[in-house]
Design a protein. Structure first.
Length: 91
């Protein structure tokens, strides 16, 4: 009976170790998923902010050019300046 008790104890320990390992793996997988989602959200925020920044820089270039030159810029002038600014920002 002592041998049987020891065997049962060992089986219980092995089962507990398996359960603990499974739970650890689940926690690791959940953490990796959270990290991946956070990275994706950060990348989307970065892209959105960069697009917003480019628009604002383009607007400021057009506004400053109009003030410096003292002329009213046509829609075509504004588009050309915005495109040139975007090309320079992309470089």
């Amino acid at each position: 009976t002592n041998l049987q008790a020891n065997k049962l104890i060992e089986e219980a320990r092995a089962a507990a170790a398996r359960v603990q390992e499974q739970e650890t793996q689940k926690a690791i997988a959940a953490a990796e998923q959270i990290i991946a989602k956070a990275r994706e959200a950060a990348a989307q925020d970065h892209a959105r902010m960069m697009a917003e920044l480019k628009r604002e820089v383009g607007r400021l270039v057009v506004e400053t050019t109009a003030k410096v030159t003292g002329k009213i810029l046509t829609v075509e002038d504004q588009q050309r300046l915005a495109e040139e600014t975007n090309r320079q920002l992309a470089a």
